[in-house]
Design a protein around this ligand. Structure first.
Ligand SMILES: [Zn+2]
Length: 359
């Protein structure tokens, strides 16, 4: 049965009626449609642009599709109707078309250096195998690959690039040759410089960004997914590491403390920023609203810009058309204007996914 929604549509700020027929949006009235929202503020469904539904609470790989479903539903029930999965140790292409799950933009497994990244999560390969592994993981995902650009090097006692600069650069080229976009995890100054100059499509975290690199990202259109929720955990990571790696601990704290200003500068320079929670492992699912509030309160992004970063712009970036004629039938409704008080994003009054009422 067709659904009908009436409210103030964002970003246009106009009162509209929309009808949802199956998984499609139309502005042509459909007689007999059921009205499921009348009043409030209507947005295209939210996106979590950095999320892991293949990593269980605590950090181990999931072992069944049902675990991924359960995690994805937590995000869905918070209004997240599209997820970019930023690396999964467990494949789940069959979940892409499930009617009650968010839409999925998927990387394959993380491509990581040997014995340095989170245990059991990535495909761990030496420099000689990186390009071929990227090509294989491009085929395993549906449009993205995830590279681990840096991590602690215990021999150095600090963050260090995962491989040499030529290998990292070739990894991005291998992704593009395979027809997919590349996302890179970076915390350090050195790795993010290599990757931005290599033309990576999105920087994940990006705590090490400098003003020069921010300008280059803005010129290239390189995206930043700051995952501010993740960066807040650096204090805990640093204190655990401090007895053995004091230099690393100090570095992590310094990166954490400057990060809100990095995100603010990136936004002001015109770098496309998207909302990503990094849920999975140590970070709970369902926190998109909290990440939005951090971008607003700590990085100084205007509420409307945060909404764009979570909703219409993120959907466009990932290829999930929003509330346009023929677009996909995903929307969230809030009882008050989220541009006036962003905290309302914690309390959607209606969620519709693929033309079906979630709540
Ligand atoms: Zn992640």
């Amino acid at each position: 049965m067709a659904l009908h929604v009436r409210g103030v549509f964002l970003p246009d700020d106009e009162v509209r009626d929309v009808w949802l027929v199956g998984d499609r949006v139309t502005f042509e009235p459909v007689p007999g449609a059921e009205t499921v929202a009348d009043g409030g503020y209507v947005l295209p469904g939210l996106t979590d642009a950095h999320c892991h539904i293949g990593i269980a609470r605590g950090g181990a790989p999931i072992t069944s599709l049902d675990q991924a479903r359960e995690l994805a539903r937590i995000d869905r029930d918070a209004g997240v109707l599209a997820i970019r999965d930023a690396g999964s140790p467990y494949p789940y292409p069959e979940l892409e078309d499930e009617p009650d799950l968010p839409r999925l933009a998927r990387a394959g497994r993380h491509v990581a250096p040997p014995k340095r990244y989170l245990r059991d999560i990535g495909v761990e390969v030496g420099a000689a195998e990186v390009a071929a592994t990227v090509a294989a993981q491009a085929a395993a995902g549906n449009g993205w690959v995830k590279l681990v650009g840096d991590w602690i090097d215990r021999g150095v006692g600090d963050l260090a690039p995962a491989w040499d600069a030529d290998t990292l650069t070739a990894a991005v080229a291998a992704a593009h040759a395979a027809g997919v976009r590349a996302a890179v995890h970076t915390f350090s100054e050195s790795a993010v410089e290599i990757m931005v100059r290599a033309g990576v499509d999105s920087v994940e975290h990006g705590t090490g960004l400098s003003p020069d690199l921010i300008d280059l990202m803005a010129r290239q259109g390189t995206a930043l997914v700051p995952t501010m929720i993740n960066i807040r955990t650096f204090g805990h990571i640093a204190e655990q590491a401090r007895p053995k790696f004091p230099g690393y601990a100090d570095h992590m704290l310094a990166l954490r403390d400057r990060f809100p200003d990095v995100v603010r500068a990136a936004h002001e320079a015109g770098v496309p920023i998207y909302v990503g929670t990094d849920a999975g492992g140590g970070i709970d699912h369902g926190l998109a609203a909290e990440e939005m509030l951090l971008l607003h309160e700590q990085a100084g992004m205007a509420a409307e810009d945060v909404l764009a970063a979570a909703s219409w712009r993120a959907r466009e970036w990932l290829g999930f058309p929003g509330l346009v004629e023929g677009g996909l039938a995903d929307l969230v409704v809030y009882p008050e204007d989220p541009r006036r008080d962003l905290r309302v994003v914690r309390w959607p009054s209606r969620i519709v996914l693929r033309g079906r009422v979630v709540r």
